[in-house]
Design a protein around this ligand. Structure first.
Ligand SMILES: C=C(OP(=O)(O)O)C(=O)O
Ligand SMILES: [Mg+2]
Length: 552
């Protein structure tokens, strides 16, 4: 009966016996180095190579977001400054396991001290260190337990390498003690459609074999569930399974109002999963993958090849590509300033591109060329646009370079406040609720300490969405949503009630949103939206909408 609260990821429900992840390897002892330093360094070098190769292999097997995370970890394993530190310690007489432990620990401490997003990366570094030490000891790295029967996996936190390869036939749900909404566990669980709750501070109280209900929608783990609670969990699970296996119909409300459901993709490799999940096109193609990890911007031909690869997967369908969004959490040496004290408010997104217009010109040229060779309906939009003048700048440059449909993202409140004028210029607007929430609430989206502000249910955010929706309706132009908010099924209905014309999300969320839309008419969606707008807080908006739904 008792409930342990946490941060639910998605809306899945599951019940079953707990199986805990093995405890981490013990801290290596500080005994002095045996033998010579050169062979100790060689054994560390071999272990690093094996671990990096294993992470790379797991990444290739997993694909998508997971691949990027695991490749980043493989790079950590080979980071030259960490290796220098390991060598220095061995030279001063420390044994190799301890040297690895110490070197990684000091980098972890630096990241933890930075907090927020960087702090959460410290866990990834800790996992790499454990893998290397296990390799040196000749034992298996701590990982997901083996079991012949399905279980609810409970862990302090899960390494990306483990989350990425979870066997979904065995793992009914995932519960972690650590991790916040931006932790890799949460991101990867969402992308894989795993029922998960992170940040369950009392997860250590759960013991092997005990039956629990994991209700991600409610954000609680129910320990000692009653028969009724187990039956209710099973009903919800079956309902969700039915939604996931339902025919891949176009997104529509109960009264037939069409709401195209689109996918957010981060590379052309993600396209098959989007198509398989019934995406009616792409609502956000993040192009950063082409530019990150590169000392300079790729040339037009290289970019064009990637754009063609994506557009080819969606003949006759809409594909919205976002121009490079560098800055803040995605710094690029050739584009963004290193020394900004507050980069989220700095020269990021379109501001950075305008400062280096040649990069923007190349990207738009590559996109126009790819469009000319493919059958998709290409739309292009700019990130981090602040006002009408920037909208005019982007739209006219895009047209000059052969883009037929050019729009802007609404991520900065000033654009929403000027929505009527912005929509007079842009062909469409796409609302990035992640940034719009961060800027409306003045709360860094990467910072765990202010995570409670990062809630797109906040009526302040919803009022801005309503302004954009009204402005779009007045001129008959599309207002899409491409932030995480669109993947929350009930909020998705509210957003449609506020005037959103399309919804774009991680492919794994499409089924739940499709199912929820089909249960409400446009009139009901508008009543839900009105209730949310009138509420004083995010929590009140949620419960006001829930009351409207039960009264229907
Ligand atoms: C979709 C968005 O862009 P990103 O998450 O890539 O900043 C957003 O801000 O909502
Ligand atoms: Mg954004």
């Amino acid at each position: 009966m008792p409930e342990l609260p946490g941060v639910g990821v998605g809306r899945g429900t599951a019940s079953g016996p707990v199986l805990r992840m093995a405890a981490p390897l013990g801290e290596p002892d500080a005994s002095p180095l045996q033998g010579d330093a050169a062979s100790a360094k060689a054994s560390v070098g071999e272990a690093l190579a094996v671990v990096a190769a294993d992470l790379g292999r797991r990444g290739a097997l997993a694909g998508g977001d997971a691949q990027q995370v695991l490749e980043a970890q493989a790079l950590m394993a080979q980071d030259p400054s960490i290796l220098d530190d390991v060598h220095a310690q061995i030279d001063s007489g420390t044994n190799p396991e301890r040297a690895v432990y110490n070197a990684f620990k000091s980098f972890q401490d630096i990241l933890s001290g930075m907090g927020g997003y960087m702090g959460e990366r410290a866990a990834d570094l800790g996992d790499v260190s454990q893998r290397i030490i296990a390799q040196l000891r000749g034992v298996h790295a701590p990982g997901v337990p083996e079991s012949d029967t399905p279980f609810v996996l409970v862990a302090r936190d899960l390494a990306p390498a483990d989350t990425a390869l979870l066997d979904l036939d065995k793992v009914l749900a995932l519960v972690t003690r650590d991790g916040g909404p931006t932790s890799h566990t949460a991101i990867l669980a969402r992308a894989k459609g795993i029922t998960a709750i992170v940040g369950v501070t009392s997860a250590d109280d759960l013991v092997d074999g005990q039956t629990v209900v994991v209700d991600a929608g409610a954000g609680v783990v129910i320990t000692e569930p009653t028969d009724e609670q187990l039956a209710e969990a099973e009903r919800k699970r079956a309902e969700r399974l039915a939604a996931v296996n339902a025919p891949l119909t176009p997104g529509a409300l109960k009264d037939g109002t069409l709401v195209p459901l689109l996918a957010n993709v981060g590379s052309p490799n993600d396209a098959p999963a989007a198509v398989a999940a019934g995406a009616e096109g792409v609502g956000l193609f993040r192009t950063e993958f082409l530019f990150l990890d590169s000392p300079y911007a790729p040339d037009v031909a290289t970019q064009k090849a990637s754009y063609v690869a994506l557009l080819k997967e969606f003949p006759g369908k809409k594909v919205v590509v976002r121009a490079l969004d560098a800055g803040a959490d995605k710094p690029l040496p050739f584009l963004t300033d290193k020394d900004e004290e507050n980069p989220a408010l700095g020269r990021r997104g379109l501001r950075a591109l305008r400062h280096h217009e040649e990069i923007l010109r190349d990207q738009l040229t590559a996109l126009a060329q790819a469009d000319a060779e493919t059958e998709a309906d290409l739309w292009v939009m700019a990130p981090m646009v602040a006002d009408v003048e920037e909208t005019e700048y982007f739209v006219s440059l895009a047209r000059e370079l052969g883009i037929r449909t050019a729009g802007v993202m609404a991520e900065v409140p000033s654009v929403a406040l000027m929505a009527d004028q912005v929509l007079g210029v842009a062909d469409f607007v796409s609302i990035g609720t992640n940034d719009l929430t961060q800027y409306t609430m003045a709360a860094d989206r990467m910072l765990g300490t202010v995570a409670s502000y990062q809630d797109p249910w906040h009526p302040a955010v919803l009022r801005l969405v309503a302004q954009l929706g009204d402005a779009g309706r007045a001129v008959g132009k599309g207002v899409g949503i491409c932030g995480e908010a669109a993947s929350d099924p009930v909020l998705a209905v509210v957003l449609v009630g506020l005037g959103a014309t399309t919804l774009s999300m991680t492919p794994a969320a499409l089924a739940d949103v499709r199912a929820e839309l089909s249960t409400h008419t446009l009139d009901e969606a508008r009543r839900m939206a009105a209730a949310a707008l009138a509420a004083p807080s995010a929590a009140a908006a949620r419960s006001a909408v829930a009351s409207v739904v039960t009264s229907l």
